[in-house]
Each structure stands twice: as structure tokens, then as C-alpha cells.
Design a binder for this molecule. Structure first.
Ligand SMILES: [Cu+2]
Length: 666
């Protein structure tokens, strides 16, 4: 069940392509190995590092530091667990310096040392500290070491129904010297749990929220402002390299890339992780420095996702001095929410996990797993690169030239998000990117997709689907979607039509009919609105017969699990979203809740526009997506047929947990 769900999620609606393929399972290439944790240890991983002697050190949300022996499960296959420190306040980062550890606590970085060599820390020194407001959302991350010996910490914003910086340097990345001195580096951060260096530059990952339309990864140079203005409150403080003030940042709803043209210092992301299409909450990332021990992706990045329990793959390139590139789905099916990634000494990847009291697709409360390459070459898109007139895809092994030259093997769209104070953003400005020509290389390793340069849009995510491309022995690609964030268009030689392997026939007319059918969709939305009546019908002169209030609570739950109504009675449902993420409320026919939830998952690019409510007769009534701290009321007449109906949140990834029963009685 879980595997089916996740495969569907990753392929984002291309299930049929998978169904026709020969069996080609990710397990054959990348295997997940679970490290067994004794029952009495709550290993909610917040920080993780591999020690030079092969042991794995972790810090946990419960305030402990553990040293795990034999994490590779050699010999008798049993790991050992040794508690090195305890009593810390939610340490979400850990760094081993040879003779001591630095760990983040909420309010400081603490130095831990074992001076009497009994294997337990006896020194707990305050290395550096910062003020706290007491807000639950003031997570503190790091230190993360840079190749030049410098260290970085980041401080999460408070959550007060929106992001806020209630104490100094919240929303900032700071450099941390070996002397404990903190130097502000950049701000605009909201929830920066993943950061570090990539090819010498500093990057961090961000989660959807207010001012953040979708997950993203941003290159942070000194003085950059990454988008959430709460931290700008401190930009006038001594030592701040940031010049912007909160008043400089307009909430217009234009794409961030366009606003950045008018607001110097605002930094567009290097890549977007389209929300629900490739994860919902990006976390740690690691550059592949394994020289091939982890497969064919050396030099690329692997990125964790907390909410969807997946790892994605990011391939960056620098075009005109600006970082940009592609997000690919990579591996799903981890046991809990992924927070930390670390390379093992053998080039495998340790995956530190915690649900953190929220919830994740992987249902366990916590876990440590190791992802191992089996040595078999996965058939994947390896890179996607910008060209003056489109994109060039490189594959990990040669393609079948016939399917690779077939125009129906590909589909391209571009879209973006709003930059505004609101929580999240729908997908906006979706446009098809029609193909003009295809050039398949002689060796079958590269395919150039040529489009009209006017169809390329800077600042937009270009979704590239390659569902029809097969290997010479008839296998499909393991993953058939790439999301390329196009900040700059590469220079070089435009393709000449004489080079085309395939010249695409009748591009616009034929394709637009079955790709993003704006007109058909709109009609369907109007029809669906009968299921969402937000004003009390005029005929209800005595008001509703029953008013039901349903709220949300953290951990993907409604605050009531069962409601009872009389058949045919007039009902008002008040849906209050008290949680800090997006939810809806969808009432379904008996026995259809799973099908409706899965259909919501499979809406792909259309999802946000439809509020993740699939157009099916199984949906009786629904709200739209409701932002945190907002409310929506709907009015309907309860079904005449008694029975157990259900209500569910169809926001992708929520439906397996967010369900309740609507009992209709006579
Ligand atoms: Cu939900």
C-alpha cells in the first residue's frame, strides 16, 4: 500500500507509463537498510555525523547525543549504542572536531568534551549563545563546517500565525568562528534546516510558508536576502551585511524572480522543489563526493524531505554566473521524516529521521537508515542542462533511439509561484512549452529538446516529462520527470533544423488540446462549485439545522474524528485551520475516501488550481485549501441515504491520516 502510494506520488500522475513497463524497481539499484534501535531509545535524529573511526554520532530531539558502533551492521550484524551526553534542549545539529563536539541547543552552541576518557561528556561549555523568545518554532541548526574551517548556524523564525523574528538574528544564517564569534551572513530565511557548502558556495533549503510559495534551495552570498522579511527587523544592527528593511519588500503576488529585479539584494532560488510534486518540506542536503561509490551522480546533491520521507536529487549548473538546475525524484519509502543526511565511510548514505511530533509519509516516529547503491546502473536522466533554445538531457546509459526521437515521448510545461505574505502559493502562469525538434546523439546518451526560445521563461520552473523514452531492452526510466529552474538561458550555438533527428509536426494546435486544457478545467471548476456553497442558501429561512465546527491539530489530524447528522438536514460546517500548514475538508461517499485521496495526489500541476479536490462523483462537498489560522464555512444538505460517510483532507500526503467519519442517521 505504502509503496503504491509513494510510487504514484513520485511519478506525479504518470502511473499508466509505469504500468506498461517491464519491472524496473528502484530497489534493484538503491536499497534501504534499517539500523535497529533498541526499544528504550528515542532516536529522533536532529544532528548526525560520521566519525573518523566509523562510528555514527547523533543528537536527538530528546536532548541526547549517541555514539553508534558498527552502523554498517558488519560481523554479527548488531550495532552498539552508547550515550555520550544528555539533558540538551532540542539539539538539531552536531559537529565533531576531533577532541570535542559542538552541538546546537535552542539558545546556544554547546561544547561537549570527554576529558577523563570514560566515553561520556563531562564538559558542557557554552561556546556561543543568542537570545530566545520561548516560541516553540525557534529551532536552531548547526554548526555545519565549511571546507575552509568556518562554521555556519541558522536560526528558525518564530511562528505566531505567520513567521516572526521575536529575538535577535532569528531568520538569519550566521558564520561561527573557531573562537565562538557570530557574524551575520544573510537573512530572509524561514525554516532553514538544511545548509552547507556545495562546490565552495553556501546553499540552504527552505520550506513552504509565508512568503515562500514552495520549497526551494538558495545560494546565499554575504548580505543576501532570501525572501521572508521577518529577519530584516535586525538589518540595521551592528554587523549586519544586509541593507534592506521590511518596508522595502512588496507583497504583490508577482513571481519572486520578477520582484528581485526591482528589489536589489532579494535572491531568487537556484532551484524550486514544486510543492507536493517533489516533496513538501526540504531538509538536509549533501554533495555526492563518493567518486562513484554511490552510483553515477558524483558532484550532484541529494536532498532530504521531512514530510514525504523521500530523497530527491539536484543537479546544479552555473549559467552566466548564476546557480540553477534540476530537481529529480530519487528514492522514496523511508521510515520516518528525513532531517539529516551523512556519507558513510563506504560511500553509502546515512539517513537520520524524525516525525518531530508532526507526521510524515513514513509512519515511524523516528529511525536511522542507510541507503546503499547495489552497483547496478539505474536508467535515469542524469543531467538536464540549459541551451539557447531548450534543454539537453544526458542519460546514465544509452536510450532506445526510436522512442527517444518520438515527439510523443516528451511533454514540457513551465510555471511558477507567487511571492507574497500569504502562506504558500498556487502554481501560477502554467504554459505548455511546445517542442520544435529533437536531436538524439549518436551514442544515445544525450537528447536535445529544441523549442522556440520565446517559449523559455526566466524565473520559471520547466517541467520536463520523458515518459515515452525507453532503454534498448525496453525498460522505462526509473523516474520520468525533471524540474528545471531557469534563472538564466545558456549561450552557445542554437540548433539548426537540419540537425534534427525529429522535426515536430503540428506543435501548438495538437498539443494544447490535451496538455493543459484551461477551458475544460474552468468549466469543471464551476460545476464543482455546487459542492462548495460558502453563503447560506436564501431558502434556509430558519438557518441551518446543525452547525458543526471542525478544526485541525498538528500531526495531520482533525480535532474530531466522528460527527453525526440527520439525513436530509441542513448543515453548516465551519472548518478552522489551526495548524501551521495547508489543509482542506472534503466529504466523500461511503467507502471512497482512499480513492479520493489518491486522486487528489495525482492531480499534478492542476492540483493547486483545483484545491487538490479531484473531480469525481465520490466527492459530495468540500472546502477550498485553507491557510493556517484561516477558516472557511460550507453549507449543504446531508445525504438522504443513511450510512457512514467520511471526511478527509486531500492535500497530497495527508489523506491516510487526516480522516473522520460522518454518520448520517434517520
Ligand atoms: Cu491536510
Amino acid at each position: 500500500m505504502k509503496n503504491i502510494l509513494l510510487t504514484t506520488l513520485i511519478s506525479a500522475g504518470c502511473v499508466s507509463a509505469f504500468a506498461q513497463s517491464k519491472p524496473n524497481k528502484i530497489d534493484d539499484y538503491y536499497r534501504i537498510i534499517t539500523i535497529p534501535v533498541p526499544e528504550n531509545i528515542k532516536m529522533e535524529v536532529g544532528g548526525m555525523q560520521v566519525l573518523p573511526d566509523g562510528r555514527l554520532a547523533t543528537s536527538t530531539r530528546r536532548g541526547e547525543v549517541w555514539l553508534i558502533g558498527n552502523p554498517y551492521l558488519k560481523g554479527d550484524g548488531k550495532p552498539s549504542f552508547h550515550r555520550f551526553a544528555q539533558g540538551l534542549h532540542e539539539p538539531l545539529g552536531l559537529y565533531y572536531r576531533g577532541k570535542d563536539f559542538l552541538v546546537s541547543q535552542r539558545g546556544e552552541v554547546t561544547r561537549l568534551e570527554d576529558t577523563d576518557n570514560d566515553g561520556v561528556a563531562d564538559v558542557y561549555d557554552s561556546f556561543t549563545r543568542w537570545p530566545l523568545s520561548g516560541n516553540y518554532h525557534q529551532y536552531s541548526y548547526g554548526p555545519v563546517a565549511m571546507p575552509n574551517g568556518e562554521m555556519l548556524v541558522t536560526l528558525n523564525l518564530d511562528w505566531v500565525g505567520r513567521g516572526a523574528s521575536q529575538s535577535k538574528w532569528r531568520g538569519w544564517m550566521l558564520k561561527l568562528g573557531q573562537d565562538g564569534k557570530l557574524t551575520p551572513w544573510a537573512t530572509g530565511l524561514r525554516s532553514p534546516s538544511g545548509f552547507g557548502s556545495y562546490k565552495g558556495d553556501i546553499f540552504y533549503t527552505e520550506n513552504q510558508g509565508d512568503w515562500v510559495g514552495s520549497g526551494r534551495m538558495t545560494h546565499l552570498e554575504k548580505g543576501d536576502f532570501a525572501g521572508n522579511p521577518a529577519g530584516l527587523r535586525w538589518s540595521k544592527e551592528e554587523g549586519s551585511p544586509v541593507k534592506l528593511t521590511p518596508e522595502d519588500v512588496p507583497s504583490t503576488g508577482e513571481p519572486l524572480y520578477d520582484v528581485a529585479k526591482k528589489v536589489p539584494g532579494l535572491k531568487p532560488p537556484a532551484v524550486w522543489f514544486p510543492h507536493t510534486l517533489v516533496g513538501i518540506s526540504t531538509s538536509d542536503f549533501k554533495e555526492d563526493v563518493t567518486n562513484g561509490a554511490f552510483g553515477p551522480f558524483t558532484g550532484q546533491m541529494f536532498v532530504g524531505d521531512q514530510g514525504h520521507s523521500i530523497i530527491t536529487r539536484v543537479d546544479l549548473e552555473k549559467v552566466n554566473g548564476v546557480w540553477q538546475g534540476t530537481v529529480f525524484p530519487f528514492r522514496e519509502g523511508f521510515m520516518s521524516g528525513i532531517l539529516r543526511l551523512e556519507w558513510g565511510l563506504d560511500g553509502s548514505l546515512f539517513v537520520g529521521q524524525t516525525s518531530r511530533g508532526w507526521s510524515a509519509t513514513g509512519k515511524e516516529e523516528f529511525g536511522i537508515q542507510r541507503l546503499v547503491w547495489t552497483g547496478k546502473m539505474p536508467f535515469e536522466m542524469k543531467t538536464v542542462r540549459s541551451t539557447p533554445d531548450g534543454f539537453e538531457i544526458t542519460f546514465t546509459s544509452p536510450v532506445d533511439k526510436k522512442t527517444a526521437a518520438d515527439q510523443d515521448s516528451y511533454k514540457m510545461n513551465s510555471f511558477t509561484y507567487r511571492y507574497h505574505r500569504t502562506y504558500g502559493s498556487p502554481i501560477i502562469n502554467t504554459q505548455e512549452v511546445p517542442l520544435k525538434g529533437i536531436i538524439v546523439s549518436e551514442d544515445g546518451l544525450r537528447v536535445r529538446l529544441v523549442v522556440d526560445p520565446a517559449a523559455l521563461r526566466k524565473g520559471y520552473i520547466h517541467e520536463i516529462k520523458t515518459e515515452g523514452v525507453k532503454s534498448p531492452d525496453g525498460n522505462n526510466l526509473l523516474h520520468t520527470t525533471a524540474y528545471y529552474t531557469l534563472n538564466e538561458i545558456a549561450g552557445g550555438q542554437a540548433a539548426n533544423a537540419s540537425q534534427f533527428t525529429t522535426t515536430v509536426k503540428a506543435p501548438a494546435a495538437d498539443h494544447s488540446a490535451h496538455t493543459m486544457p484551461a477551458t475544460g478545467e474552468t468549466a469543471a471548476n464551476t460545476a464543482a462549485s455546487a459542492k462548495r456553497v460558502t453563503e447560506m442558501p436564501a431558502s434556509w429561512t430558519n438557518g441551518p439545522d446543525q452547525v458543526i465546527t471542525i478544526g485541525t491539530v498538528p500531526g495531520l489530524k482533525f480535532d474530531i474524528s466522528e460527527i453525526q447528522v440527520k439525513a436530509g438536514s441542513k448543515i453548516k460546517v465551519v472548518f478552522n485551520n489551526n495548524d501551521d500548514m495547508l489543509h482542506n475538508l472534503v466529504i466523500t461517499k461511503p467507502g471512497t475516501v482512499t480513492a479520493v485521496g489518491e486522486a487528489g495526489l495525482n492531480l499534478g500541476l492542476k492540483g493547486t488550481e483545483l484545491n487538490y479536490v479531484p473531480r469525481t462523483n465520490d466527492v459530495l462537498f468540500h472546502t477550498n485549501i485553507v491557510e493556517p489560522e484561516k477558516s472557511e464555512s460550507i453549507y449543504f444538505v446531508a445525504p438522504k441515504q443513511p450510512g457512514t460517510y467520511q471526511y478527509v483532507c486531500t492535500f497530497p500526503g495527508h489523506y491516510t491520516l487526516m480522516q473522520g467519519k460522518l454518520k448520517v442517521v434517520k
